[in-house]
Design a protein around this ligand. Structure first.
Ligand code: COA
Length: 183
């Protein structure tokens, strides 16, 4: 049993592309999911996003993952009762034990079937062992223009999240500071 566990630990970690981490779910907005205006309740959407983002993070590292941070959730337009909602999640960057995951939310018009983007959220998950301690995750290799752009911005967002969480001094946020440098 111990030898088996050691073998697992020594297996080389395989890098993935964001496409290999894609997780998709489609929901219909039922009366129980709505607020007093009859639109999708924001907390329900957050729960759906958290679940699908965690599936994506798990697809990347194949380990238990926990939500460490939720960043930049935007509710751009209300989503009406009976709408069909599709959530697509992909890992945008992997660090040591943490992974950034983008969730794009699309709404399908119940009558025309036309699909439009309604929301976006950025989650951070951390892979943990059976004792809840962070563990190493595989590398992520972006391919498309959008994946490269999200990969490039992820370090700045990580620095910002750590500053807001009180885990990093602003002076140490080298990549974030570059964003504000005036040429
Ligand atoms: C997430 C958790 C495992 C991190 O543990 P920790 O002791 O802070 O570990 P570390 O400081 O070593 O950080 C581990 C990684 O998490 C990242 N991290 C920690 N807090 C973060 C935050 N607020 N935002 C973004 N990333 C964060 C660190 O940058 C580090 O990433 P890296 O290894 O890729 O460089 C721990 O805080 C935890 O268990 N939180 C509760 C998770 C949970 O219950 N989620 C569900 C909430 S409903």
């Amino acid at each position: 049993m111990v030898i088996f566990a050691i073998k697992i630990q020594l297996l080389p970690m395989k890098a993935n592309t964001p496409k290999q981490t894609l997780a998709i779910t489609t929901k219909i907005v039922l009366p129980n999911d709505t607020n007093t205006l009859g639109n999708l309740f924001g907390g329900q959407l957050l729960a759906w996003m958290d679940v699908i983002a965690s599936v994506s993070a798990h697809r990347h590292c194949k380990r238990v993952v926990v939500t460490a941070n939720v960043n930049n959730v935007s509710f751009n337009k209300p989503i009406a009762h009976a709408s069909i909602v599709t959530l697509e999640a992909k890992v945008s960057r992997a660090f040591n034990s943490s992974m950034e995951v983008f969730v794009d939310v699309f709404v399908e018009d119940a009558v025309t079937g036309q699909r439009s983007k309604s929301n976006e959220a950025i989650y951070t998950f951390v892979a943990v062992d059976q004792n809840g301690f962070p563990i190493q995750v595989p590398e992520l290799i972006p391919e498309t223009e959008e994946e490269i752009s999200r990969f490039d911005g992820a370090l700045r967002r990580k620095e910002l999240a750590l500053i807001l969480a009180g885990k990093m001094k602003p002076a140490d946020a080298i990549n974030l500071k570059k964003l504000f440098e005036i040429e």
